[in-house]
Structures are given as structure tokens and as C-alpha cells.
Design a protein. Structure first.
Length: 407
């Protein structure tokens, strides 16, 4: 019998040999399983003998084969409880007692960016899609209901690109991002392109109305500048740029961040990326924005220079893992926002902990590393005022959060 859900959305059965993980199962279900080669503590689901009343029909025909979604089979209410529980559990493991708000749904119209994988398998059969759960095999897809309407045509474009490059038999990663001007596509892993390859890819860009097509960041074809509106600004996307997964997710995270910093006259935005927070905060405060991505910083600099009505924004490239902003450099900021990658920002958190900043706002996509960094701040005298979980990764085991700390 399945007893509970794990942190990755799989069902867990308690056995004499320890926990056994069975994806696509729910608590209370009795299931038949088979061994999962290479995974001693995992089983593949064969049959559900007794189903949970919380089980619901998946919305995608690829669910269960494609590893992109983990929980399409769980009803909405227990799904929200489970996802909020990921944040509560991470805080508890770190010994932190903090108010955790209700989960905010921020899927909106769906994902505005996706990375499709393309592989040639046995018999030169091409597959374009997402990888299977816990594996490298690509599951070919022809649709994905979690993608936003602005990504209409993205899967077909990825197939066309993969077919052009299939003779090289190179594994491809095809990132497609929806910009205001259309789809922006960056191809990784193709190897050197021939003149014929380049011409064929340019033909795909024209036929599929792509705003831009790049290979490892180098332009193959460009029909229009891939621009994204952020606050009052228009940002030209660098190839392969990182964005929040959904437009609704970015808007909600920014609303929380700006609300927590509303009284700040000078703020720092650490791990700022393209500036989804910095550009909005600059409507009322002086901003210092730092990130290790030189292309993102350059795009932010150009956007701020071209946007009237903003307070001064100083955007600088800096590796905050190797050179965190020191406590002495944090003097003079009324608020500090930090939004690190999944590994968190332990070194930067220690400098923040020693700083005089009265307000710190943490944005995180990993509750475990957030809880570790939050404990550093709390042990130094900060108080967690509020933690708000935000769900822009519908049906996945990922959850975003925004937390407010006060000195």
C-alpha cells in the first residue's frame, strides 16, 4: 500500500527493506509493481488494484511516459495541500517556525518557455520531446497542455529543426521562448553547421515565423528582435535567456517583492537576471542589480537606458557565489532582494546576515536550500515575517516561494 507522497511527487510504500518509491501512485492505493532496473528503491507501476478517491484523469495523453509532469493524476485540493506542504516540511527540517501562506496558483495561461530534447535512436528513429522520468530516453510528443498559447507552433518548429540536423546524429537541446515578437529559439549540441544546414534552418525560421533562431547563441536567422515587456521596459532577450516559467508567475513574484519593498528608497537586487524585479522596483527606488550572466546584465543595462521615468539603475556583472556582496557593501540599502538558482546562496546569506539591511526579501525555487539560507538569517537576528508559496510549475514537484525577513 502507498502511504504518502514524496517530495518529487512519487508514492511511497513502507517495506521491511525501507521506503520504496512508485511514481504515479497516491496515498491509500494498493498497487502492483515490477522492479525498476538500476533503482533498488524504486518500482514501476503495473496496475492499480485499489484507487484513491483523490485520483483524477490526467489532461495529457503523454502523462506517465513523459517525465515532464509528476502529478496530473492528483485532484486539485490535495495537490495544493501537498505542494504547500513541501515548503512547510523544508522549514521544519531546518528547525524554523514561520507563517506559510496559502499556495498561490500562478500557472496562468501556461509555460512560456520549454526545452525540447531531440535524439536519434535505434534505426535512426528521431524522437523530439521531453525525457522519461529518471532516464535519458526522449519521449516523442506532439502536444503539451501545460504550454501557453504563445508557444503554439513550438513543438512543430522543434521537430523541423531536429529533422534538419538529424543526419549529424548529435543530441540536441532546443530552447523555445515566447517573446512579444514571436518564438525565440536557441539550439544546443548540433556541432558545426554546414552551409546547407544553415540555409535549411533559416528556411525553418521563415516557414515557422520564428522571431529568431540561434545556435549556441550565434544568430542563424532573425526576422525581428525578440523583445519582452517587463514593467515599463522592453528587454531584448539574449539567446537562451532565463525567464520565470510563466508570465503569471513572474507577475505574482514581482507583485510580492515590490509590495515588501514599497518603502525602500534604495534597494539591491542580487541574482537579478534580466531584471524582472529590478525594473519594477526602479519605478520608485534607486537600484543596484548584480548577476554573473554578462548577457543578462547587458540586456538590463540597455533596457534601463531606453526606459524613461525610472530611478537610477546600476547593473553590474558579478559572481555572487565566489564574490558575494559583503556586509560592508550592503550598507545604505533599505531592502535587499535575492533570487538565486536552485543551489541557493549560502555565502551571500552569510553576508546578508551580518549586514544592517532592515528588509530582506528571498525568492526561491528550492524550499530546501531556501530553508538553509533562511536559518542563517534567523540565527543572525532576522525574523521571518511571511513565506508565500507560488505555483507556476503546475503538475510538477517544483514550487517557488517569496519570503519577507525583517531585522
Amino acid at each position: 500500500m502507498i502511504i504518502r507522497l514524496g517530495s518529487h511527487g512519487e508514492g511511497i510504500a513502507d517495506t521491511a527493506a525501507g521506503d520504496v518509491y512508485v511514481p504515479y501512485t497516491l496515498p491509500g492505493e494498493i498497487v502492483e509493481v515490477e522492479p525498476w532496473p538500476g533503482h533498488a528503491d524504486r518500482r514501476r507501476l503495473n496496475r492499480i488494484a485499489v484507487a484513491s478517491p483523490a485520483r483524477t484523469a490526467p489532461i495529457c495523453p503523454h502523462f506517465g511516459a513523459c517525465g515532464g509532469c509528476a502529478l496530473q493524476h492528483l485532484a486539485a485540493a490535495p495537490y495544493r495541500d501537498w505542494k504547500r506542504g513541501l515548503v512547510i516540511a523544508a522549514l521544519a527540517r531546518a528547525g524554523l517556525d514561520a507563517p506559510v501562506g496559502e499556495l498561490i496558483e500562478a500557472h496562468g495561461e501556461g509555460r512560456r518557455r520549454a526545452v525540447f530534447h531531440a535524439r536519434c535512436g535505434a534505426g535512426d528513429v528521431l524522437a523530439v520531446g521531453f525525457t522519461a522520468m529518471k532516464g535519458h530516453r526522449v519521449v516523442a510528443i506532439d502536444r503539451c497542455p501545460v504550454l501557453a498559447p504563445v508557444l503554439t507552433g513550438a513543438i512543430a518548429a522543434a521537430w523541423d529543426i531536429a529533422e534538419v540536423l538529424a543526419p549529424a546524429r548529435k543530441p540536441l537541446d532546443i530552447q523555445v521562448t515566447a517573446s512579444d515578437a514571436g518564438l525565440d529559439v536557441d539550439v544546443r549540441g548540433s556541432g558545426r553547421l554546414t552551409v546547407a544546414d544553415t540555409a535549411a534552418l533559416a528556411g525553418v525560421a521563415e516557414r515557422r515565423n520564428l522571431a529568431r533562431l540561434t545556435r549556441h547563441g550565434e544568430i542563424v536567422a532573425q526576422r525581428s528582435l525578440p523583445i519582452l515587456t517587463i514593467g515599463r521596459a522592453q528587454v531584448v532577450l539574449p539567446p537562451g535567456a532565463f525567464l520565470q516559467a510563466t508570465s503569471a508567475g513572474e507577475a505574482m513574484l514581482a507583485q510580492l517583492v515590490v509590495g515588501y519593498c514599497q518603502d525602500a528608497r534604495a534597494a539591491a537586487d542580487l541574482f537579478c537576471g534580466l531584471g524582472p524585479f529590478a525594473l519594477r522596483l526602479a519605478e520608485r527606488a534607486r537600484i543596484t542589480a548584480l548577476d554573473s550572466d554578462a548577457d543578462a546584465i547587458a540586456a538590463l543595462q540597455r533596457a534601463t537606458a531606453a526606459t524613461p521615468g525610472l530611478k537610477p539603475v546600476v547593473a553590474q556583472q558579478r559572481d555572487l557565489f565566489r564574490r558575494p556582496l559583503a556586509a560592508s557593501e550592503l550598507k545604505g540599502f533599505d531592502a535587499v532582494v535575492f533570487d538565486p538558482p536552485r543551489q541557493g546562496a549560502e555565502a551571500q546569506a552569510r553576508e546578508l546576515a551580518a549586514s544592517p539591511a532592515p528588509t530582506v526579501v528571498a525568492v526561491s525555487c528550492n524550499p530546501a536550500t531556501f530553508a538553509r539560507d533562511a536559518r542563517i538569517l534567523v540565527e543572525a537576528g532576522y525574523r521571518i515575517v511571511q513565506v508565500t508559496p507560488v505555483d507556476q510549475f503546475l503538475f510538477s514537484a517544483h514550487v517557488e516561494l517569496v519570503a519577507l525577513f525583517k531585522k
